[in-house]
Design a protein around this ligand. Structure first.
Ligand SMILES: NC(=O)c1ccc[n+]([C@@H]2O[C@H](COP(=O)([O-])OP(=O)(O)OC[C@H]3O[C@@H](n4cnc5c(N)ncnc54)[C@H](OP(=O)(O)O)[C@@H]3O)[C@@H](O)[C@H]2O)c1
Length: 199
């Protein structure tokens, strides 16, 4: 398969590329230092990315900024960071991509653990994760030409624990290998409309 991996140089994107690059052609996308440069918060940039990539069999998106802070101090603008970047960035990757994905191809988005196992600073992330989970369930029944859509919802990755571990007391970090396999389940398997949990 030809697989577009957006966020390929990140902690999750790296896990996805390690798992899938042994037996598929990977086209890496990021805002910098990738095969294709694109910003998924900008619809015109997403459309240019698809023009450059051409037809692909699968799209994986592993991007998304959210604000972390105490729930009582969150402003509307801080909630909007997660909604515009993590949610609508990934949703627009799907909306702009139907024609560039082959018949029976797939989209795999990324959410995370915080809408089912919350932490103190994570209300913005939890809201964004829940919205993505809702989107893929609703979109799956209307996908064109046999296309599928799923979201992978990993716990904190072992490779990310140094950066974020202090916010996740008591969480068991997950290996990059298991996270990569969850994306393989979506890309290579047959499921659709599923939240694939890794914890
Ligand atoms: N790491 C974890 O433990 C973990 C666990 C569960 C869920 N998640 C979720 O997974 C997603 C990725 O997390 P991560 O830790 O892998 O992040 P990361 O290490 O910071 O990597 C993010 C990658 O996405 C690219 N990117 C960021 N914003 C972009 C944009 N607007 N357009 C195009 N590319 C963009 C970056 O490329 P450039 O550097 O070139 O901009 C980078 O390669 C986030 O939504 C996060 O909430 C992470």
């Amino acid at each position: 398969m030809r697989i577009l991996v957006i966020g390929a140089n990140g902690d999750i994107g790296g896990a996805v590329c390690s798992e899938l690059s042994t037996h598929h052609e990977i086209i890496k996308v990021g805002r910098s230092s990738s095969d294709i440069h694109a910003d998924v918060t900008d619809r015109a940039s997403i459309e240019a990315m698809y023009r450059e990539a051409g037809k692909v069999d699968a799209v994986v998106c592993a991007t998304g900024a959210v604000h972390f802070g105490p729930a009582t101090e969150f402003s509307e603008e801080q909630f909007m960071i997660g909604l515009t970047d993590k949610v609508m960035g990934q949703v627009n990757v799907v909306l702009a991509g139907f024609d560039n994905v082959t018949d029976g191809g797939s989209f795999t988005l990324t959410s995370g653990v915080l809408d089912r196992d919350p932490v103190r600073m994570g209300a913005g992330a939890a809201m964004a994760n829940g919205a993505i989970g809702g989107f893929i369930v609703g979109a799956a029944i209307g996908m064109p030409r046999g296309q599928r859509i799923n979201v992978v919802s990993p716990g904190l990755l072992e490779v990310s624990a140094d950066k974020y571990g202090a916010w996740f007391p008591g969480h068991n970090p997950v290996s990059s290998q298991r996270v990569g396999r969850a994306y393989a389940k979506s890309v290579e398997g047959a499921i659709t409309g599923q939240v694939i949990i890794v914890e």
